[in-house]
Design a protein around this ligand. Structure first.
Ligand code: CP
Length: 310
């Protein structure tokens, strides 16, 4: 039991344990943070088969602060381009004494696949697989909400936009429905909300103004065009008009609401610049919190107490 592949099914207390551990890294003075050598002598390999800025860099910083050696495999110049299979790549990296793989891939289930077929001492962390899951993103989002709002239980949280193609939304919904007794709303056009999503314990709105009313937290999502091949979709201009968050619409939420976005943002599409850079935005704090949360997950895996989360 040494992987972190999904938040689905993780118990309430474990989610809080991860956040408590992250809190320790946040409150630790920077100098000491860099010297918490829980991963000294370990080799962490970042295998990003899909593009990333926030996740890859914060995983790298987190691993370095824990004292690990970090290797970023450049997939574009690796032998993957010569036709080497995923499993052969993994086996060769294992032969170089890898201890942990951080995996992002366009196909759902890739991190699980690597976890299943890699050597028993290897830990695999899912850094995003297709539209399936992005568990550390969900945990840093939960950590940011806890930091800003204290208790989860009474909150109303709205997730807005392209939920259909979003691994982030799926992981957030799993975490939020475990943590809060308030209300998790998803808001978007019918074409971008998965069928039967109510079964995940959320309330669906197709009208943004109705869905935003009195919420404590608004999480905006971008249109994930890279996963939309062939789908009939609204133009960016139409989408912005119906589902873009602007200052006027933000007034419908609670006066102390916060605005979140996993990034990358598309200014003027799902979110206006005034809101993205406004006083209620915690978007860059989410990015900063990614370091502490990823440190927490890696530290707990090395301590052997996260469960498999597989
Ligand atoms: N939130 C997120 O996954 O961003 P990146 O794609 O830049 O890693």
């Amino acid at each position: 039991l040494n992987h972190f592949l999904t938040v689905e099914g993780l118990p309430y207390q474990l989610l809080h344990d991860i956040m408590d551990r992250a809190e320790q890294f946040v409150t630790l003075p920077a100098k000491q943070q860099k010297k918490a050598p829980l991963l000294r002598g370990k080799t962490v390999m970042n295998l990003f088969f899909e593009n990333s800025t926030r996740t890859r860099v914060t995983f790298e910083i987190a691993a370095q602060r824990l004292g690990a050696d970090v290797i970023n495999l450049d997939i574009r110049t690796s032998s993957t381009a010569k036709g080497e299979t995923l499993l052969d790549t993994v086996r060769n990296l294992e032969a170089m004494n890898a201890d942990m793989f951080v995996v992002r891939h366009e196909h759902a289930g890739t991190a699980q696949f690597i976890a299943r077929y890699s050597a028993p001492h290897i830990s695999v962390l899912n850094a995003g697989d297709g539209r399936h899951a992005h568990p550390t993103q969900a945990m840093l989002d939960m950590f940011t909400i806890r930091q800003k709002k204290g208790a989860f239980e009474p909150l109303k949280v709205a997730i807005v936009g392209d939920v259909l193609h979003s691994r982030v939304a799926r992981s957030q919904i799993h975490a939020l429905t475990t943590l809060l007794t308030g209300e998790v709303r998803v808001i978007g056009p019918k074409t971008l909300i998965p069928a039967h999503i109510e079964r995940m314990g959320v309330k669906v709105f197709h009208n943004l103004d109705e869905g935003l009313r009195d919420v404590d937290v608004v999480i905006m999502l971008r249109l994930q065009r890279e996963r939309m091949a062939g789908a009939l979709l609204p133009s960016e201009r139409e989408f912005a008009k119906l589902y873009g968050l602007n200052e006027q619409r933000l007034e419908l939420t609670k006066p102390d609401s916060i605005v979140m976005h996993p990034g990358p943002i598309n200014r003027g599409v799902e979110i206006d610049t005034e809101v993205a850079d406004g006083v209620r935005s915690v978007i860059l704090e989410q990015v900063t919190n990614g370091i502490a949360v990823r440190m927490a997950v890696m530290a707990m895996i090395m301590g052997g107490n996260t469960g498999s989360a597989a």
